[in-house]
Design a protein around this ligand. Structure first.
Ligand code: BEZ
Ligand code: FE
Length: 308
């Protein structure tokens, strides 16, 4: 009898979407209501638990501002960000794998000449990054934009750390006529995602650590190509197998080669020891990019939707 009442409620909530003119919104909301109701029924959620969940989401909103994005963090630690990423950018094929944006991207980084350093405070171990931006057939893409950011040697992004200059360790570079880029940054370190808010409380309750393997972020874009949001990870990092946000991809793990010779360092405008890393990014041409969702229900979902 209770189940009948529940089913009637779910059906009524789904019927309430009948006036939604946007077909994609109607489809997504319909599935959200159906799955949410099924989750509540399956777990026999108590009123206290539902209230706790609402308090948790309220706290997540209250701690968020233009420097702190706790909702993105929540989506990240639940694996939701990476799942959306995987659906929209399937792994494999000829193009570079993408991964999560994360909550620390800031638009408006300085445009720097090729070879410049993104570090404004000379902390950390210097690392020289170089490579090319290519089309899938190997054709170089001149004028491609690389927007890069990383933490300092203390594991903090500049907006988390009052001791760093504004926009430290961020920069934008354009590839040359041969599609090449080069810039200096620092060897990334593994770091803990912010765990002094509701997401940290959740991680502790689940017995999980907050660490991400060492990485540097890139958004690579060029006219006629799909923008690529990705990282390069440091080979050998102890957290590669247990990233707190599930965002590692094997193809993005690279060797940071150590150099100890002062003359070699001087040639790169850095001091020894320093590291070099080489990586070619391959972008997907826009005309070959599939469009998940596409405004209506995917085929598999339309079949499910017809079922009770
Ligand atoms: C990051 O790599 O910046 C990041 C990604 C997801 C959650 C927290 C941080
Ligand atoms: Fe990061």
């Amino acid at each position: 009898m209770r189940e009948d009442a529940g089913s009637a409620l779910t059906a009524a909530a789904r019927r309430s979407l009948a006036g939604t003119s946007d077909p994609r919104l109607r489809f997504v909301m319909d599935r959200l209501i159906a799955h949410l109701h099924a989750f509540i029924r399956e777990t026999e959620l108590t009123e206290a638990e539902w209230l706790r969940a609402i308090q948790f989401l309220t706290a997540t909103g209250q701690i968020s501002d233009d420097r702190r994005q706790e909702f993105i963090l929540l989506s990240d630690v639940l694996g939701a960000s990476m799942l959306v990423d995987e659906i929209n950018h399937p792994a494999g094929g000829l193009v570079t794998a993408s991964t999560v944006l994360g909550p620390f991207y800031r638009p408006g980084a300085r445009d720097l000449p090729l070879g410049a350093s993104i570090s404004q405070d000379a902390r950390g171990e210097p690392a020289v990054f170089s490579g090319r931006v290519l089309a899938p057939g190997g054709t170089p893409i001149p004028g491609a934009l690389l927007d890069v950011w990383e933490t300092n040697e203390n594991g903090l992004y500049e907006q988390q750390d009052p001791d760093q200059p504004d926009m430290n360790l961020r920069g934008r570079f354009r590839t040359d006529a041969a599609g090449r880029y080069t810039f200096t940054g620092i060897k990334p370190v593994s770091y803990a995602i912010p765990d002094d808010g509701p997401v940290g409380t959740l991680l502790r309750a689940l017995g999980r650590h907050p660490y991400r393997p060492a990485h540097i972020h890139f958004i690579v874009s060029a006219q006629g190509y799909r923008p690529l949001t990705t990282h390069l990870f440091v080979k050998g990092d102890p957290y590669l197998a247990s990233d707190a946000v599930f965002a590692t991809r094997d193809a993005l793990v690279v060797d940071f080669i150590r150099h100890d010779t002062p003359t070699e360092a001087a040639a790169h405008g850095v001091t020894a020891p320093f590291y070099t890393v080489t990586y070619d990014f391959v972008l997907q041409p826009l005309d070959t990019a599939p469009a998940p969702g596409g405004g209506t229900a995917p085929q598999s979902a339309r079949i499910k939707e017809a079922q009770p």
